[in-house]
Write a protein that binds this ligand. Structure first.
Ligand SMILES: [Zn+2]
Length: 424
């Protein structure tokens, strides 16, 4: 393949990806707007016309904003690659590191290249994040963040990313430079070990940097939850309440961690809103994911995808056309691994979107199974009423476009979920 045909392939994939995303988003907006004034029959008693209209407006506002952000992301992708952004950054850093690059084993230069690349991308995304929280979420009454919390979060994120990211990048680059042609297999092993470690470390050390976690104080509820977990043969090290209300009025509950860091986390907003029976049903749904081994299946799937991706990178990093086709001239006297990694973080979305319908469908099937498990081990009516409350509180639309759902929904539309819970 020549570099020109590489560029043509890249631009063709990009064009298909962009057209598809825009088309799906337009469909979703049109469908939600068309159904804005009619609450679906099964929800007439539970969801008011006002709440239904609010959910439609919120969905459309997010979708439109998402389109702007997506468009900007595509422009950035083009600017980094064919626009010469990455090439310019590379030239600047090579000049800065000077003649040392060839002798110092390149590592400092390459790590700097990737950190600068990540930092610039992150900075350019900041205005979008700010606008989303303080304009869109604010307008619909969901934002609880002050500008100060937003800024402090930003600094903490930056610090954690640097502390974890810099050594991680250095090890991967070192493997690329020293482990021979099969470096990608070593890098994969290292990456998997790192991810497993992160699953232990995250709930214990990283999440508490951003939120406060207190043991569940409501003893009656704790006893009820523990009884459910005993019934389902499940052990977790603790039940925690998180101050989710610090940032958002929306609510959630989740399992996190593996081994000794395994725990159940409830948002304070969720406990404030749901009855004990409903909390139990929501938790039973989460236990259903464990019972059906959805988490393990997902981890295995991610591991396999990473292996495929790294194998592809192992091949592509050796091809000059890969760099040239994406607008970067490979270095003559310095290693190209940093450039290859940077390009490799940019390109996958233009390819992996073809898998979206498959992974979304698998995920939706898992949700149905978890609902059925909750119905069998807790109470279907409580689960249904909890889901209706969460739908209303989070202003999720009841009337999404079916094709948009097929591509993008990890959870089935609420109308289908409630119908499945009520049936049989
Ligand atoms: Zn679920």
């Amino acid at each position: 393949m020549t570099s020109e045909s590489g560029t043509t392939l890249f631009l063709s994939l990009l064009a298909i990806w962009v057209s598809l995303q825009v088309w799906l988003a337009r469909r979703q907006i049109d469908h939600v707007v068309a159904n804005r004034n009619v609450v679906p029959l099964a929800f007439r008693n539970a969801i008011s016309a006002e709440a239904h209209a609010k959910a439609a407006d919120y969905t459309c506002a997010k979708q439109r904003f998402g389109l702007w952000q997506f468009g900007f992301g595509v422009l950035m992708l083009l600017a980094w690659t064919l626009g010469g952004g990455l090439a310019a950054l590379n030239t600047t850093l090579l000049g800065f590191f000077g003649g040392d690059v060839a002798t110092s084993g390149d590592l400092a230069y390459q790590v700097t290249l990737l950190l600068a690349f990540g930092l610039i991308g992150g900075l350019l995304d900041l205005p979008f994040d700010w606008y989303y929280n303080f304009r869109i979420e604010e307008r619909f009454g969901f934002n609880r963040m002050t500008q100060r919390i937003w800024f402090v979060d930003l600094l903490k994120n930056l610090l954690v990313s640097l502390l974890i990211g810099a050594p991680l990048i250095a090890v991967v680059l070192w493997l690329m430079g020293t482990a021979g042609p099969a470096w990608w297999l070593w890098a994969w092993g290292f990456w998997m070990a790192f991810n497993l470690l992160l699953m232990v470390v995250y709930p214990l050390f990283i999440a508490p940097l951003f939120n406060e976690f207190k043991p569940l104080a409501d003893e009656a509820l704790a006893a009820r939850v523990k009884a459910l977990m005993d019934r389902c043969g499940f052990s977790a090290k603790g039940l925690f309440v998180m101050d989710g209300s610090k940032r958002s009025a929306q609510s959630n509950a989740y399992f996190t961690g593996i081994g000794h860091s395994k725990r159940v986390v409830f948002y304070d907003t969720l406990l404030a809103r749901l009855s004990p029976g409903e909390v139990e049903a929501v938790l039973a749904h989460e236990l259903g994911h464990f019972h059906h081994k959805h988490i393990i299946k997902m981890i295995v799937q991610i591991f396999l995808m990473s292996l495929l991706g790294l194998a592809a990178l192992g091949f592509l990093a050796q091809q000059p056309e890969f760099y040239l086709g994406l607008g970067v001239t490979p270095n003559a006297d310095a290693a190209n691994d940093g450039l290859a990694l940077a390009l490799f973080t940019l390109v996958p979305p233009c390819v992996s979107f073809v898998l979206a319908p498959l992974s979304s469908r698998a995920s939706r099937r898992h949700e149905f199974q978890a609902d059925a498990y909750a119905k069998a081990n807790a109470n279907g009516d409580e689960l249904a009423s909890a889901l209706v409350k969460l739908t209303e509180d989070n202003a999720s639309t009841l009337t999404p476009d079916p094709l948009y759902v097929a591509f993008n929904y990890s959870h089935p539309p609420m109308v289908e979920r409630i119908a499945a819970i009520k049936a049989g």
